[in-house]
Design a protein around this ligand. Sequence first.
Ligand SMILES: Cc1cc2nc3c(=O)[nH]c(=O)nc-3n(C[C@H](O)[C@H](O)[C@H](O)COP(=O)(O)OP(=O)(O)OC[C@H]3O[C@@H](n4cnc5c(N)ncnc54)[C@H](O)[C@@H]3O)c2cc1C
Length: 477
Amino acid sequence: MESIWSKTCGMKQRSPLSGDLHTEAVIIGGGMAGILTAYQLERSGIRTVVLEAERIGSGQTKNTTAKITAQHGLICRTLAEKKGKEVAAQFVMANQIAVEEFEKVIQDEHISCDFEPCSSYVYSDNEQALREEAKMAASFGLPAVFTDQIEIPVPCAGAVRFDRQAKFHPLKFLDALAQQLTIYEQTPVLDAEEHSVKTASGQVTADYIIFATHFPFINFPGMYFARMHQKRSYVLALADAGILNGMYIGDQSDSLSFRQYGRYLLLGGQGHRTGENKDGGNYERLRQKARHLYPGSREVACWSAQDCMTADQIPFIGHYAAERPDWFVATGFQKWGMTSSMLSAMLLRDLICGIKNPYADVFAPSRFSADELSQIVRDSGKAVSGLTKRFFQIPEETISMLQPGHGAIVETDSGKAGVYKTDDQKIYQVDIVCPHLGCQLAWNPDERTWDCPCHGSRFDYKGNLLTGPAQRGIHND
Ligand SMILES: Cc1cc2nc3c(=O)[nH]c(=O)nc-3n(C[C@H](O)[C@H](O)[C@H](O)COP(=O)(O)OP(=O)(O)OC[C@H]3O[C@@H](n4cnc5c(N)ncnc54)[C@H](O)[C@@H]3O)c2cc1C
């Protein structure tokens, strides 16, 4: 399952790190956040090295829908209610500045990445909520209006439209921007100490360490595992579905996302918490919606991705933890990681260069809210349940009962194991304990993977690591 971006962009490949080196800043992770942060730091005269476990852009960034927008749902109302109007205004203004910075960087660097300015829309059945959102966003200085003129075939009361937003090809952008940076690929960082990071092929010492690994993998200090969970959703690229000028998303967690890329309409939806997809069928349900909304359309690609969710819907961008003043983090992007990555790059650059940034406090990971406490309680419940299942849940199946093409936790001679039986009856057996913090993994039938319901790590059926925070596979040897 390859995204339309991966299908249409060959990325330059780079060598792994070999030997030790010293630099001013080292960035762990070469996704949108890591590459943009390296670019902003280098442009400010800070010598920067990026260490990427696989290939740049090969994490969630290759599977985004790449809308560049400050319109993160009905975010003004939500944040005004939770945190007050001032925080809401700062949040959207910071994101609007990030939208504009994309255009500036693309122009300055002459990047050809199918960048197109356009409007973005949030549609809803709740006209009052839309009107309130539009009014509030406009009062904050955003180019926002309520409208009942929308292009998508979805019944609703209208939408809030933000003008001066944009869309692009994320991998073409990343590939071009990365040409001027120092990057080592296939170099997973194994550990970090105060001013050094360790890899299997060398150590990098640096004045500043930046974690741009999507989900931070150092558990203490920081404890990001207790402050975030991950959510997945699914995307189809459709040919012959007409042409859409704007970018759309609904205000409900189960509503659909729409954007055009060239001849293709990208339709997204079917969100769920990672690790909670026992019955599968998400691609099929999205296909049914595509057939209903765009009869005669044809699927040319399908893929999925996940992102880190914080309790107050604001990313964590800033100092990693009070105990590590020279460590920084960019995470918790809420499925809005294009502007959040640019914002991270600008905020972290300013923190490192000692420049006061008016938005730093809003995104500071050191903030703590009442929402967070209740989420920690809920997430701890998930973690306890994940651990309890590991010790007390008796598997219902044995290997011989397992149908071809299916995976399950089964009882084997040596105890519980995760087993996948291929269509031609070949058996793959893995450990079902997540190496991150020990939760029991769950089978994901849509993607034939083992997913962690606690913190969202994922593994293929052979046991290879796909997504952190875990940092190693679950091979049963
Ligand atoms: C279905 C879907 C659609 C989305 N659409 C949009 C959208 O339209 N607009 C928008 O703004 N956002 C969108 N998002 C969110 C956005 O895609 C993500 O927030 C963003 O791509 C995250 O970028 P990142 O750099 O933080 O993470 P990643 O791209 O995952 O990069 C992290 C990198 O760190 C590397 N890494 C991990 N551990 C190590 C280690 N130990 N050593 C070295 N490297 C390591 C990984 O290999 C990876 O390459 C969407 C999300 C989903 C789920």
